[in-house]
Design a protein around this ligand. Structure first.
Ligand code: SF4
Ligand code: SF4
Length: 227
C-alpha cells in the first residue's frame, strides 16, 4: 500500500490560482485507508475549495486511481470532468500521473497529497515501511527484514558500531534492524546466512522509470509487425 499525506491547503490553493472550476479524484484503495483521499476527505476538500471561491463541478473515487481504464471511463462518461479548468487528485503520485495521462494535455492535473512510501499494514491506520522496491531482494538471507530499508544507513553487512544495547543509534526508539535479523535467523537455526558477505547492490536494476509489460496490446503487436 502507498502511504500519502495531505499537502498544506495553502499550497493546494496556490496551485489552483486563477481557476474557477475543479473536478476532484479520490482513491478508494490506499488513499482511503490513509484517510487522505476517501469520501470524507473529498467532502472536506469540496467545502474548503468552495469557501475559497472555486466551484467543485464533480468528483469520483475510483476503486484504484492508478488504473487508467477506470479513469478513461470517467472521462468518457462525465462531461463536467472534461470541462473543469483543473483536476485535483487526492491519491498517490501514480494516481496523479494516470489522471494526467487520461486528461487532455491542456487540462492541469494537480496533486493534493504527497506520496511517502510503500507500506506493510499492521492493522487499520498502522503502517510501516518494510521495502524500498530496490529491484534486487535480499530478504532470503535476512529473515524477511530488509536492511536496505530498515537500517537508516542501509547497511547490507551490519550492524554498525553505533548499536547500543540492541537499539539503533540513528532511530533511537527502534531496535537495530541487524539485531532483529540476528534474533530471527537464530530462531530459524540459520545464523550461517550471516557468514556470507552480501555484495553491494546492483543499482542498475533500479534505474527509473521501470516498466513491466506482462501482456501485449494490439498496438504493441502492430508496432512489432512494422519493425
Ligand atoms: S531488498 Fe529490501 S528494498 Fe529490496 S526488494 Fe527486498 S525488501 Fe525491498
Ligand atoms: S544501529 Fe543498526 S539499524 Fe541503526 S544504523 Fe547501525 S546497523 Fe543500522
Amino acid at each position: 500500500m502507498i502511504i500519502t499525506k495531505k499537502k498544506d491547503i495553502k499550497d493546494i490553493l496556490a496551485s489552483l490560482e486563477g481557476k474557477k472550476t475543479v473536478y476532484l479524484f479520490g482513491c478508494d484503495s490506499c488513499a482511503e485507508q490513509c484517510a487522505t483521499g476517501g469520501e470524507k476527505e473529498i467532502k472536506e476538500m469540496t467545502a474548503i475549495l468552495e469557501e475559497n471561491g472555486i466551484k467543485v463541478v464533480g468528483s469520483s473515487i475510483p476503486e484504484e486511481t492508478c488504473y487508467r481504464q477506470l479513469i478513461l471511463k470517467d472521462y468518457r462518461l462525465k462531461p463536467e470532468l472534461k470541462e473543469a479548468e483543473a483536476v485535483l487528485v487526492l491519491a498517490c503520485g501514480a494516481g496523479v500521473r494516470t489522471v494526467a495521462d487520461a486528461a487532455e494535455e491542456t487540462q492541469p492535473v494537480l496533486p493534493a497529497l504527497d506520496s511517502l512510501f510503500l507500506a506493510s499494514v499492521e492493522r487499520v491506520g498502522r503502517f510501516f515501511e518494510g521495502c524500498s522496491l530496490c529491484g534486487e531482494c535480499v530478504l532470503d538471507a535476512t529473515g524477511g527484514i530488509c536492511p536496505h530499508t530498515e537500517c537508516p544507513k542501509g547497511l547490507l553487512n551490519g550492524p554498525c558500531g553505533g548499536v547500543a544495547q540492541g537499539m539503533c543509534e540513528v532511530n533511537t526508539e527502534c531496535e537495530c534492524a541487524w539485531v532483529r535479523i540476528y534474533k530471527r535467523l537464530e530462531k530459524q537455526g540459520r545464523l550461517d546466512a550471516l557468514k556470507k558477505i552480501a555484495a553491494p547492490k546492483d543499482h542498475s536494476v533500479g534505474i527509473r522509470p521501470r516498466k513491466v509489460l506482462l501482456r501485449e496490446t494490439p498496438r504493441d503487436a502492430e508496432k512489432k509487425n512494422k519493425k
